[in-house]
Design a protein around this ligand. Structure first.
Ligand SMILES: NC(=O)c1ccc[n+]([C@@H]2O[C@H](COP(=O)([O-])OP(=O)(O)OC[C@H]3O[C@@H](n4cnc5c(N)ncnc54)[C@H](OP(=O)(O)O)[C@@H]3O)[C@@H](O)[C@H]2O)c1
Length: 350
């Protein structure tokens, strides 16, 4: 692509705002930035490279003249607007789950499977934030030791549910301020419950993200995405994956506890060495110095932090670790901009 017009769709959202920031930070080679959101946001202005840009509502011809669209407005909107944009010649990188499992759409994590981008047909899917956080350490470990099965438990921040998730946690913390001591015997009827999370999220954890699988498996849709996306990105269609997803009262940063079994024998030290040379991963793992990663350590960073690397007793093929990534950056906006950087290279843009 030569002179490039880039659109951010969902520019006012938690991910969209981060995209604008990352395009600026990484000096993405664009000539014009066009910002879209819902009609509610028309008239708002957002800053990019020191200039204020208007936010526009989407209309039928929004994609005309747009070379590349970073779309982050939910799967319903993605399904409605992206295929038409692709037919009109606009390449979209979509953050929603709408196209991730479509066999004709590449699902790309640039450090892991950049070659998948080669065959795109105008739509590229960006992965789920928790799947990307888990994949960043798992891909190099898979290359070194051969991943065979996986059990994960994720601790997902409220920003995973967008701006409204952050607002709901903040409101509930405010409402319960001063009542912390009574929470040992809570008055269930008086606990605040909002529109985003099915229970009180302040001072609590909720063992479900998104919704329960309509297929009746007992898993949530968020948990099913983990298996599907990890299999697709690693090219392991038969990988056994069992995921649990829990919402925690953290603003930004998803943590994932990983238990993996490998074909080859593996040691904690060998895994640490492998991860120390992996791009986009930072090992924070020194029990003797009390070093381990937390969401507040990962917030605002590009790297996924990995610690608590250890081996369960009596299983030389198994490994456990705790990975934490900024769900708005590597889990969403950064990964999308990295894909856009690959697309902007002439050889990959066909
Ligand atoms: N948050 C994460 O950690 C994360 C990570 C990976 C992927 N994702 C995915 O990224 C997408 C956006 O997530 P988010 O967390 O940024 O959500 P969000 O904070 O709720 O933002 C949603 C964005 O979509 C816009 N939008 C809503 N309805 C629209 C419409 N009819 N037409 C045009 N724009 C519309 C909103 O505009 P208004 O402000 O005008 O309403 C806002 O800019 C979702 O598909 C989500 O699953 C999120």
């Amino acid at each position: 692509m030569g002179s490039m017009r880039v659109a951010v769709v969902g520019a006012t959202g938690a991910v969209g705002r981060e995209m604008i920031r990352i395009l600026e930070e990484r000096e993405f080679p664009l000539d014009e930035l066009i910002l879209f959101a819902s009609a509610r946001s028309e008239g708002k202005r957002l800053s990019f490279r020191g200039e204020s840009h208007p936010v526009r509502g989407l209309d039928d011809g929004w994609f005309k003249g747009v070379d590349l669209a970073l779309v982050s407005a939910g799967s319903g909107i993605a399904r409605k607007i992206i295929p038409r944009a692709a037919a009109g010649g606009t390449v979209s990188v979509d953050n929603s789950s709408a196209f991730r499992m479509d066999p004709s759409v590449p699902l790309v994590v640039p450090e892991i499977n950049p070659d998948a981008l080669g065959g795109h047909r105008g739509i590229v899917a960006n992965g789920n934030c928790t799947a990307i956080t888990a994949l960043m350490p798992l891909a190099p470990l898979h290359r070194a030791f051969g991943l065979r099965s996986l059990v994960t438990s994720s601790y997902q921040s409220v920003s995973g549910a967008g701006m409204k998730g952050i607002r709901e946690l903040a409101e509930q913390v405010e409402k319960l301020h001063g009542q912390e001591e009574t929470l040992g015997y809570p008055d269930a009827a008086a606990l605040p419950v909002g529109d985003v999370f099915p229970r009180t999220i302040a001072f609590n954890v909720i063992p479900m993200c998104e919704e329960f699988d309509p297929g009746g498996t007992g898993f949530t849709t968020e948990e099913l995405k983990m298996g599907g996306e990890i299999r697709k990105v690693l090219g392991l269609p038969d990988l056994a994956v069992a995921a649990t997803a829990v919402r925690v009262p953290v603003a930004v940063g998803h943590g994932v506890s990983v238990y993996g079994r490998f074909e080859a024998r593996v040691t904690a030290e060998g895994a640490r060495e492998t991860l120390e040379s992996a791009s986009g991963v930072r090992v924070v793992d020194d029990p003797s110095a009390g070093a381990f990663p937390t969401p507040l350590d990962a917030a605002g960073l590009d790297d996924v932090l990995v610690g608590r690397i250890r081996q369960p007793e009596d299983d030389p093929h198994a490994l456990m670790l705790f990975a934490v990534g900024d769900n708005l950056r590597k889990g969403a906006a950064l990964n999308a901009v990295q894909i856009a950087e690959l697309l902007a290279r002439p050889a990959a843009s066909a």
